[in-house]
Design a protein around this ligand. Structure first.
Ligand code: NDP
Length: 322
């Protein structure tokens, strides 16, 4: 409970996005006394603008903040716009953290990503390695902006004793994802591509890249539950990785086949190796998380989560982000 009043007021920036909508769904189904959530979208104000950010905080007077808002994109979007990703995210993050401090927010949980870790590294990656070397060339703008959140959190604790912390999710997917062909991540991008290919009656499903890279994927609803655990129970400033187990890492080829299966697609799948693959792997270790929450937390099996996401896309094609 916050000291300001009886109720925790939890402001979720980026509340209309993939992760924000998953948190909304979980809190609606598992309501808790004494918690009021406010889910923001960019329509509530541009968080890259300091004045707009202040107005939002003055309006809702949050005691806690889950900070998700970010300029987010897939490999090809990042490669083409590294400067935009850097500047936009630096502004958003600085405004949210500094306004949280100035308005007396007790706790902020921000969001990093496993794709900001050093390109040249040993595996598995853990929380102590965020700043150990340059990130992959494809997304250095997004990565350095995200890394600065961790540096800022350290500063807010050292100078003001604030518990501003962060989590490091692996690749997220689920309902309400971005299915735009130019800016999506791999799973929603492939779902959209196959949906369109089947609509057109194409003879093959073309997957960009060799299909060989390995990734860990977390279902947005699983991530939402873990986010709420961090908000309520985790009081360290240092980040915690929120990822499926190392044994659950899969190749892009396996993902493409699971998507095809979910659509009952029987045609040919072709991997176009002339396109960029990005980092070969970025295996993250969730030992810290497991040591805190135990082994009883069960992640949704990938095949089931992909099936649910494909079904959501088919049923919500009219409102999906295309
Ligand atoms: P989405 O792209 O789905 O949503 C982004 C959210 O941020 C939307 O609510 C959007 O509002 C809001 N937003 C963007 N720019 C601004 C702005 N200038 N002012 C106010 N709001 C803004 O993102 P995700 O849900 O996928 O990501 C959430 C967090 O998780 C991000 O911090 C991301 O970096 C991190 N993350 C994501 C991963 C993934 O695989 N998706 C992996 C690891 C980390 P609107 O809807 O109005 O545009």
């Amino acid at each position: 409970m916050s000291k300001r009043g009886e109720e925790k007021i939890i402001l979720v920036t980026g509340g209309s996005g993939l992760v924000g909508q998953a948190i909304k769904k979980v809190v609606e189904t598992e309501k808790r006394e004494g918690e009021k959530f406010v889910f923001l979208s960019s329509k509530d104000g541009d968080l890259a603008d300091a004045e707009a950010t202040r107005k939002i905080f003055e309006k809702y007077r949050p005691t806690h903040v889950i900070h998700l808002a970010a300029k987010v994109g897939g490999l090809f979007d990042n490669m083409a716009h590294n400067l935009d990703f850097l500047r936009q995210n630096i502004h958003i993050n600085d405004n949210v953290l500094q306004t949280s401090y100035e308005t007396g927010v007790f706790k902020v949980v921000s969001c990093l990503s496993t794709c900001i870790f050093p390109d040249k590294t040993t595996y598995p990656i853990n929380e102590t390695m965020v700043h150990n070397g340059p990130p992959h060339n494809s997304n250095y703008g997004y990565s350095y902006a995200k890394r600065l959140i961790d540096i800022s959190n350290r500063g807010y604790y050292d100078q003001y004793g604030k518990i501003f912390t962060s989590v490091i999710p692996c690749n997220v997917f689920g309902p309400h994802d971005n299915f735009n062909l130019k800016s999506s991540h791999v799973i929603p991008g492939l779902i959209r591509k196959l949906y369109d290919a089947m609509e057109r009656g194409d003879k093959e499903f073309v997957v960009l890249g060799s299909g060989k890279p390995l990734r860990q994927f977390i279902y947005s609803l699983d991530l939402a539950k873990l986010f709420l655990w961090v908000l309520r129970e985790y009081d360290e400033v240092e980040p915690v990785i929120l990822s499926v187990d190392e044994k659950d890492e899969v190749s892009i080829e396996e993902v493409a086949r699971l998507i095809a299966k979910s659509f009952s697609y029987q045609g040919m799948i072709r991997f176009d190796s002339s396109a960029a693959d990005g980092q070969y792997k970025k295996t993250a270790c969730n030992n810290k998380l497991r040591s805190l929450i135990g082994t009883e937390f069960k992640f949704t099996p990938l095949a089931e989560a992909i099936q649910e996401t494909v079904a959501w896309f088919q049923n919500n094609h009219g409102i999906a982000r295309l």
